[in-house]
Ligand binder design. Sequence first.
Ligand code: ZN
Ligand code: ZN
Length: 283
Amino acid sequence: MDWHSIKTFFIEHASSTQVLLFTTIITFLWLAEKIFLAEQAGRKWRHSSVNALFILTALPMQVAPTLLLMSLSSWVVTHHWGLIFLLPNASNPWIKYGLMFVALDFLDYVYHVTMHQVSGFWRFHLVHHTDRKLDVSTTVREHPGETILRNFFLLAWVFMCGASFPVLVLRQTVQTVSNILAHTSFRLPAGPARILGWIFITPNLHHVHHHFQLPYTNRNYGDVFSIWDRLFGTFTELPAEKTVFGLDTHMDESINAKYLGIVAMPFRKIPAVHTHSESAQSN
Ligand SMILES: [Zn+2]
Ligand SMILES: [Zn+2]
């Protein structure tokens, strides 16, 4: 099997190979967290199963946008539409894959900042932040309303940049693996965390984003690369012993640990506690 046929197989079977890859990594890390961090099985299972229910709402929400993304990416490539085609040698694989990957990562940073700063979007995104315990299952804790919003933004980015479907498959694979790793309960030792953190979002850096109070909740927005946070002044570090997971407006576990309570969150009034009032978010 040569490189070309491996690539073709991967793109043609993108959904099934991705599901298999992500399920394997999540299962492996979940078991590793359970064993090495000596977590109590019943408690971990209860926490993870609530988060896992979000997969059931995300999967049907993902079908129509995926089909739209496939048609749109083929349209932009056929019509040479998008910023990438303004560059010379747009068909050069290094430019096509490398530059588009970096551009899409920057646009995901923009998307994440927007979800925090626009109060109507924050209502949906806060669901991800209300988890009082962070582990690999938090990766899939996304309100179905955010799944729709995220796909709208992605369609806009593809239209703007001219991203082809293979680029999107590569991007989504790397991005999801990076997201899964960022949410694991494991942290890197200080040395490697500092070195990797110059370029990448490590678990240590994403844990800061899940700290319950501002300004930490509005820091380390990056998806794969941490360079955007460094460039735009949103980069911060916080030691593990000072990090408290959750969101100060939604600390009540009788609501934020129950599936229906979580799903209803965007439609309820956000309590004005500490620094996390709605006005603080829309500023
Ligand atoms: Zn966030
Ligand atoms: Zn997160």
